[in-house]
Design a protein around this ligand. Sequence first.
Ligand code: ADP
Ligand code: ADP
Length: 224
Amino acid sequence: MSIIVRQVSKKFTNFQALDQINLEIKTGKLVALLGPSGSGKSTLLRAIAGLEIPDTGSIIINGRDTTHLDVRQRNIGFVFQHYALFKHLTVRQNIAFGLEIRKHGRKGIKEKVEELLELIQLRGLGDRYPSQLSGGQRQRVALARALAVQPQVLLLDEPFGALDAKVRKELRAWLRRLHDEVHLTSVFVTHDQEEAMEVADEIVVMNRGRIEQVGTPDEIYDNP
Ligand code: ADP
Ligand code: ADP
């Protein structure tokens, strides 16, 4: 699924969070939105997600103008910084959540959940509650839950920001692997240059609500 952002602007009271953003993300790419705090990364991600309606401009996903489509009508998975797993549900129940509300059949749900547990290599921990998992394991569950409804677009807002350096490195490798295996188009927000360079196919550098540069890590950074 390609994503086209065309002339998108968004103002909050008197603050221009997004200022005429133009961006094209090609199918299958893993793209990082990189920039300092307050540069508009989350707002752009939320606009792509349909959680924020732009004042002007349009968001076209796979050739379809989705600017005014409801979030639930978009085939998009989300992962946020603070896991947002349901604490009263087990790992299996968390992963199944999106399928339950879409009224998938019992058998189909069970199979899908087991398949995802395998994918994130947490088979033995399916009956645990989030509080019984490490931070990295919780984020793997959040990834599995986002992927359960088979989105073609995966959006991640500082997905590893709350984790320590070692686990963060591990999770980057996970994201890269899942992105490739599931054939996704993915966009993730980060303020960590090293993270963007290590994981992304393309980096979009944002500052003050504008895009300053777009390119592969090699195109953007001069690595001697
Ligand atoms: P980033 O993700 O790069 O840190 P954001 O997109 O979250 O930046 O925010 C850009 C700016 O817009 C910030 O100054 C933030 O305070 C402001 N902003 C974001 N959402 C809202 C909102 N709902 N109401 C008012 N201001 C907002
Ligand atoms: P992030 O952790 O991605 O930087 P923020 O903490 O900036 O996210 O924002 C969290 C939520 O608060 C978002 O929904 C954002 O739209 C909203 N928000 C951010 N800044 C403001 C603000 N100045 N006024 C009102 N809402 C805001």
